[in-house]
Design a protein around this ligand. Structure first.
Ligand code: F6P
Length: 369
């Protein structure tokens, strides 16, 4: 019988509980292993009461719940733990302690559910001898090596619903409505929700935009009698030769993005004959009940991770490859975040629908209806 620890690192994403449930049920029921929950990321390994047994009762009823029963920790890097010493916050490398603790607890494997940050830490810990397998999650869908991550589908659903709602009020008031969406440096949420929600303009980090192209698109719509426009804007979108907008917040390791939506709306009002408003969807994209697809993906990833743990396959990660759930080397998920291909089918589909991607204005799409 093996002892398996499970943790959720980084920001939460809808579907984490479905993955935890699948790991517990499959490990107990199929492989006869024990599962222990680790609270609030890697840091839980060192915290008092941070590791506790997970049985069937512990995962009962959690399938449709958002968040994570284990708690999330965005700043829980064991190589740079934030600790209070003499009343001051200092950064300390606690990786050796984490590895010792895994041994002391008799954990044969840790299943780390996380995005690029948590998985990068997993790779480093594995190099130092820790037994870890991974499950990719993040609403941004930007983990290399997998076509889909847990949480993305739910976030796109929220974003599409928000665009649908903005559509009716935009039409009623003859306004340009800008929706700022999450995704950091990857535009997957904005692209998919923008196409699904009928946006007229989609701005993503992978395609730097020109204000002129956006103004032309919106003005052309006004000129032909479509007095409203919908814009789906990724928080990491930026103008050609311009810079990303960060909020004035000091966060260890990860500056906080936000503000581009408001800026785009201001520019539209100043240059087009239309009123504009900006909405930031923010953490609504991460909250609430996961969609059936996220529950399905998370359950399958959980089952894969339970098998990997049972087979002692250190350094593997559950992944969706060519539409099939499988496992890959964690090293394959290493590197820069996975980005939208600016020449790929998704962007081409958007352009074909007459959506302005911000880099240019295609006048031939402005056909009288
Ligand atoms: O990576 C997931 C994500 O939701 C990003 O889309 C967003 O930029 C970031 O996390 C927000 O982080 P926090 O919850 O720390 O504000």
């Amino acid at each position: 019988m093996k002892r398996i620890g499970i943790l959720t690192g980084g920001g939460d994403a809808p579907g984490l509980n479905a993955a935890i449930r699948a790991v517990v049920k499959t490990s107990l029921g199929v492989y006869g292993n024990e599962v222990y929950g680790i609270r609030r990321g890697y840091g839980g390994l060192l915290a008092e009461g941070g590791v506790f047994p997970l049985d069937y009762a512990a995962v009962r009823g959690i399938l449709p719940q958002g968040g994570t029963i284990l708690g999330a920790a965005s700043r829980g890097n064991p190589f740079a733990f934030q600790v209070k010493e003499n009343g001051q916050m200092v950064t300390r490398d606690g990786s050796d302690q984490v590895i010792d603790r895994i041994k002391d607890l008799g954990l044969d494997m840790i299943i780390a559910i996380g995005g690029d940050g948590t998985l990068a830490i997993a790779r480093e810990l594995i190099r130092k001898g820790a037994p870890i397998v991974g499950i990719p999650k993040t609403i941004d869908n930007d983990v290399i090596g997998t076509e889909m991550t847990i949480g993305y589908d739910t976030a796109v659903g929220m974003a599409t619903d928000a665009l649908d709602r903005l559509h009716t009020t935009a039409e009623a008031h003859h306004r340009a409505m800008v929706l700022e969406l999450m995704g950091r440096y990857a535009g997957y949420i904005a692209l998919m929700a923008g196409v699904s929600g009928g946006a007229d303009v989609i701005l993503i980090p992978e395609i730097p935009f020109r204000y002129e192209a956006i103004f032309k698109k919106i003005q052309a719509r006004v000129d032909r009698g479509a007095h409203f426009s919908l814009l789906a804007v990724s928080e990491g979108a930026l103008p050609v030769a311009g810079e990303r907008i960060y909020q004035d917040v000091e966060v260890v390791g990860q500056p906080r993005l936000g503000g581009i939506g408001e800026q785009v709306a201001e520019q539209i009002e100043a240059h087009c004959a239309v009123e504009a408003r900006a909405t930031v969807l923010g953490h609504l994209q991460r909250g609430g009940s996961p969609t059936p697809y996220d529950r399905w993906l998370a359950s399958q990833f959980g089952a894969v991770a339970a098998r990997l743990a049972a087979e002692n396959r250190v350094g593997r990660m559950a992944a969706l490859v060519h539409g099939r759930v499988t496992d890959i080397d964690l090293v394959e998920s290493q590197g820069k975040a996975r980005e939208v291909d600016p020449n790929g089918a998704g962007v081409q589909t958007a352009r074909g629908l007459g959506i302005c991607m911000g880099d240019r204005y295609d006048a031939h799409h402005e056909i009288e209806e």
